[in-house]
Ligand binder design. Structure first.
Ligand code: RAM
Length: 352
């Protein structure tokens, strides 16, 4: 009995001693501080960026920021369009700029100038070179994206393989370029992928019409093509629509990174077999939290800094293994959507 009491006492002492140390390290935000924030997507009119905006608005309200949350982007996914918006945000004197970048290098003079003016620059979804940002909010691990896409291709084409093409976004998009490079590495890394033959990479500029036409071009140029892999929500939906219109569903598969609400009909009618994504509203929410906490001085952009991002919980700033000298906050996870788990993600038709 005495022994038990001693053990119990030791446990209590330990908990009391260790807990404050643990708790001190997780930093929380101080709500109510005024910071004008700009959420800058690659382009307007893309549903995933609207979802990120919703997440950012949720965080903005939760943190009771009396400042403004501006959501503005170019009408087409282009670096010059983003530069103009960053420049006017600097003149306006915003406190935080959150960018999904159309180019890894071209935005640097503007983002660097913004940082010199005391503005927190955080990238999300698609980063810039680490010299032009405080850190990057990575939706998923970029090298994992290659594995996810290679495995989807393998499940669709089987071990006998076949020809496939990549339909990407803009040629300079840093996220898509990193994912394509990672997929190519994965394909070469294991004999299991040996029969998956990548025949070409084309670009639909995250524009529905361009992407649709590029998909049609692919089936013209490669009559043996069996799969279009599109690491862009705009590209995958346009490719699936093109295959549907051509009556090629079942013959040419469509996969990649897609938004469930845009892809549901194509999974239901067999034009797309499976695709993957993450939550864009969570990404917007987390990005807002980090930018607010950096700009209000609650945290600094340094390795090992641990903080709490509201409903999403605790995160730690870490080295970005996919970008030398870069820092990231890693969100995740990936979700894979297919006919097999359709019941879990499909939006039921009205009246059913
Ligand atoms: C498009 C955009 C975005 C990317 C998704 C997967 O909506 O290119 O940057 O993350 O696809």
């Amino acid at each position: 009995m005495k022994h038990l009491r001693f053990v119990f006492l030791m446990v209590v002492v330990l908990v009391i001693a260790v807990q404050p140390a643990l708790m001190q390290e997780v930093i929380t935000a101080t709500p109510g501080q005024e910071v004008d924030m700009l959420l800058l997507p690659k382009a307007l009119g893309n549903a995933v960026f609207d979802q990120a905006h919703e997440g950012a608005m949720e965080a903005h309200a939760e943190l009771e920021n009396p400042g403004e949350l501006i959501f503005n982007g170019p009408s087409e996914a282009s670096a010059p369009g983003q530069i103009d918006i960053i420049e006017s945000a600097i003149t306006q004197g915003v406190g935080g700029i959150m960018i999904s970048a159309n180019d890894y290098e071209q935005l640097l003079p503007s983002t660097t100038r913004a940082m010199e003016e005391g503005i927190t620059v955080v990238t999300w979804d698609s980063p810039v070179d680490p010299s032009g940002e405080a850190l990057f909010i990575a939706q998923v691990d970029f090298s994992e994206t290659g594995t996810v896409m290679a495995d989807m291709a393998l499940r669709i084409l089987g071990e006998e393989g076949g020809q496939f093409a990549i339909l990407s976004a803009t040629p300079d998009a840093s996220n898509q370029n990193a994912w394509i490079a990672s997929m190519q590495e994965v394909l070469e890394s294991d004999a299991a992928y040996a029969n998956l033959e990548l025949v070409t990479i084309v670009y639909g500029n995250d524009d529905p019409d361009d992407s649709y036409n590029e998909a049609l071009g692919l089936i013209d140029s490669f009559p043996e093509l069996e799969l279009i892999m599109a690491p862009t929500t705009v590209g995958i939906a346009a490719a699936a629509k093109a295959m549907q219109d051509e009556g090629l569903c079942g013959q040419v598969a469509v996969s990649g990174l897609g938004l469930p609400m845009e892809m549901q009909e194509f999974v239901e009618n067999g034009c797309s077999q499976e695709f993957a994504l993450w939550s864009f509203s969570d990404l917007g929410y987390l990005t807002y939290y980090v930018t607010y906490m950096l700009q209000t001085g609650a945290i600094t952009a340094e390795l090992g800094v641990t903080f709490e991002a509201g409903r999403m919980g605790t995160y730690t700033i870490e080295e970005d293994p996919t970008r030398e000298g870069g820092l990231r906050v890693l969100m995740g996870p990936f979700s894979v959507y297919s006919a097999e788990n359709l019941e879990e993600w499909a939006i039921p038709a009205e009246g059913s």
